[in-house]
Design a protein around this ligand. Structure first.
Ligand SMILES: [Zn+2]
Length: 373
């Protein structure tokens, strides 16, 4: 019976993911949605001296201000900038309609054990672990305060474990990027702030599920732990947490746009002759092209190891091999190929090269125009 009950939602999710796989666009990160969890009649978790909604809002505004003050040309969109109730699906709507490049949702954890502490960052995933589900259930329960929740979420029951099974059908085109940002946030919390690192985890958070862009949900710490509550409530604690998220965003933006972390890209000598694809060349033997990177391996594989993927080549970076399909003379051609490849490799994404070095989409397009003159 539940199959019928959830069909509509599954269809919605599939549509969303189909949309997201073709809408995957440039890697210019210039619009970020910052989502302060809960608000208004929904306090979220409640500590001895504090409410989750208040801490989340305060840190969210600080993150936005830091980005605004330190990075030029990034639009900040808040799902709320005051103490008001905003439905979960509306938060995702705000992000989708604004065509944001990233969604960062900010929350505080709570546990029945007062000893539990540390930070964790979540991405959408299909965990069946009860521990992971418990956190998603708690955050998703916010919809029970919404007037039309059964209609708006097609009878999704945030408290029922089986209602989460449908997320296993979800094809998440942005898993790779979301993971990169989430890992970056946890690294900042652990290495720069010495918070207890509970890691990057996966579960079905509605606000992330409904968003068609890379997205993360940050749990700043446990409001139920006296020591952490004190830190979360303090101006200094909030400043530190906000600057950690800001730095993680900055690093993510840099690595997506400039490919900084892959400056030592080496194209393997025998993989340049990819058939049937367009590579722009001129007399100086310069080239610029797009490809669809679909998987990574620590060992060398043959093109024939990848069934259904055409024109496979690879480059190596930091001891691992990145497998790419095609060399395309335009971003739109690569996008068409991506649509197909995500059927087998849901984390695939478009990469850009000039003279066999990874660059941003913009740099690549400029070079292609220059070479075509
Ligand atoms: Zn929350």
């Amino acid at each position: 019976m539940h199959i019928y009950k959830y069909t509509l939602l599954i269809l919605t999710l599939l549509l969303n993911s189909a949309y997201s796989s073709i809408a995957q666009d440039a890697y210019n990160i210039d619009k970020v949605v910052i989502d302060a969890g809960h608000g208004g009649k929904d306090s979220g978790a409640v500590g001895k001296h504090s409410k989750e909604k208040t801490i989340a809002l305060s840190v969210a505004l600080k993150v936005g201000k830091l980005i605004n003050d330190n990075i030029k040309g990034v639009d900040i969109i808040y799902t709320r900038d005051k103490d008001v109730f905003v439905e979960l699906h509306k938060r995702a709507d705000i992000a989708n309609k604004s065509k944001a490049d990233v969604l960062i949702s900010i929350h505080c954890n709570a546990s029945s054990s007062t000893k539990a502490k540390g930070t964790e960052t979540w991405i959408i995933g299909t965990s069946r672990s009860e521990k992971n589900l418990a956190v998603a259930k708690k955050e998703n329960a916010a919809i029970l305060l919404e007037a039309d929740y059964s209609k708006n979420y097609n009878n999704f029951d945030p408290n029922s474990t089986e209602s989460y099974i449908m997320f296993e059908m979800l094809q998440n085109s942005y898993r790779g990027q979301s993971m990169l940002l989430a890992q970056s946030v946890q690294n900042q919390f652990r290495d720069r702030m010495h918070r207890v690192d509970r890691g990057v985890k996966e579960a079905g958070f509605l606000v992330l599920v409904y968003s068609t862009m890379p997205s993360i949900l940050v749990e700043l710490g446990f409001i139920s732990n006296a020591e952490e509550e004190k830190f979360l409530l303090s101006e200094q604690g909030q400043d530190y947490l906000a600057s950690a998220i800001y730095r993680a965003f900055r690093d993510y933006k840099n690595s997506m746009e400039k490919g900084k972390e892959i400056s030592n890209t080496i194209i393997e000598e025998n993989t340049n002759n990819v058939a049937d694809t367009t590579k722009v060349d001129n007399k100086k033997n310069e080239s610029a092209y797009f490809g669809v990177q679909f998987t990574t391996s620590t060992s060398i594989k043959k093109a024939s190891d990848f069934k259904n993927i055409e024109n496979v080549w690879h480059y190596s970076q930091n001891g691992s091999y990145k497998y790419v399909s095609g060399k395309f003379s335009s971003f739109s051609k690569a996008k068409k190929a991506l649509k197909n490849i995500t059927k087998s490799y849901s984390d695939a994404f478009i990469v850009s090269f000039i003279n066999d070095k990874r660059v941003s989409r913009k740099e690549c397009e400029t070079k292609i125009n220059e070479l075509n003159k």
